[in-house]
Design a protein around this ligand. Structure first.
Ligand code: BGC
Length: 234
C-alpha cells in the first residue's frame, strides 16, 4: 500500500526592529496557525533575540525553518543589523538555530523574504518595506538580486531613504509630511528601476494616504512570513 507523503511544515520567522513574528506554513505556504508576535528586545543582541525566537517556536511542530533578518545576510551569516545590535555583525544565525533544533534553517534579508511572498515572477518587480527601517528587494522574472540596501542610500536633503521614511522619521514629522516624502521616493524609484510592479510592504503601509500609481501595490504584512516557503523552492 502506498502511504500518503507526509507534509513538510516550515516555521517562518520575521525578525523586525520592533517585533518578532512566527508562523507555521504548510507545503503550499498556507498558514497553519495564527501569527505569534512579541516585541523585539532592547538591546536586541543575538542572545536576547534568539531567546525570544526559541520561546515563540515552543510547542510548534516543524521540519525546517525560514528566517527573515533586518540586515544583509550571506550564507546564513548576518553581516549588518542597523536597527538591532552590532553583535550581529558576522553572526552565524542559520548554524546556531539549526544546531538548536536539529532542523535545516535558511536565513535571508527580511525584505527579500517579504518579496518572495509577494512577487508574481514576471518582469522587473521591486519591493520596498516601510517599518522601523526601510527594506528593499529586486526581482527579475522571480529571480532575486539579494541584499539590495536601498534604505541606506541618499534620498534627499543629505538623508537616506531610511532616515527620511523609517519609523523615527514618521514619528518626528507625522503622517502628512511622511506621505509627501513617500510619494517622492516612489517617483524616484520608478525613474531609477522602471519596475513593472512596485510592492509596498511593512507595518507602516497602514499610514499610506496616497493615490498610488497603477504599477504600485500594497502587500499585506503577513507576506513577510509567507515568503518563508519560497526559500525552499530553490
Ligand atoms: C536594513 C535592511 C532591512 C531594512 C528593513 C534596514 O535598516 O539595512 O537590511 O531590510 O532595514 O528591516
Amino acid at each position: 500500500m502506498v502511504g500518503k507523503k507526509a507534509q513538510l511544515h516550515t516555521l517562518a520567522i520575521d525578525i523586525g526592529g520592533s517585533g518578532i513574528k512566527v508562523l507555521v506554513l504548510d507545503e503550499q505556504g498556507q498558514p497553519m496557525n495564527d501569527r505569534n508576535r512579541v516585541e523585539t528586545p532592547n538591546p536586541a543582541t543575538p542572545e536576547a533575540v534568539i531567546t525570544i525566537i526559541l520561546q515563540l517556536a515552543e510547542g510548534n511542530v516543524f521540519d525546517r525553518v525560514s528566517v527573515g533578518f533586518p540586515g544583509v545576510v550571506r550564507a546564513g551569516m548576518t553581516e549588518t543589523a542597523v536597527n538591532l545590535h552590532p553583535d550581529w555583525i558576522g553572526f552565524p544565525l542559520a548554524n546556531v538555530l539549526a544546531k538548536h533544533w536539529d532542523r535545516p534553517v535558511r536565513v535571508v534579508n527580511d525584505a527579500d523574504m517579504q518579496g518572495m511572498g509577494a512577487v508574481s515572477g514576471k518582469g522587473v518587480e521591486m519591493v520596498v518595506t516601510l517599518g522601523t527601517g526601510v527594506g528593499s528587494a529586486l526581482f527579475l522574472d522571480g529571480r532575486l538580486v539579494p541584499n539590495l540596501e536601498l534604505g541606506h542610500h541618499p534620498f534627499r536633503k543629505g538623508e537616506t531613504y531610511e532616515e527620511q521614511l523609517g519609523r523615527l522619521a514618521l514619528e518626528a514629522i507625522g503622517k502628512k509630511r511622511w506621505n509627501v516624502r513617500l510619494e517622492k521616493a516612489i517617483s524616484n524609484l520608478d525613474h531609477l528601476f522602471n519596475p513593472d510592479w512596485l510592492y509596498l510592504g511593512g507595518g507602516n503601509t497602514k499610514k499610506i494616504e496616497l493615490d498610488l500609481p497603477k504599477n504600485v501595490k500594497i502587500v499585506p504584512n503577513v507576506a513577510g512570513l509567507l515568503g518563508g516557503i519560497a526559500l525552499w523552492r530553490t
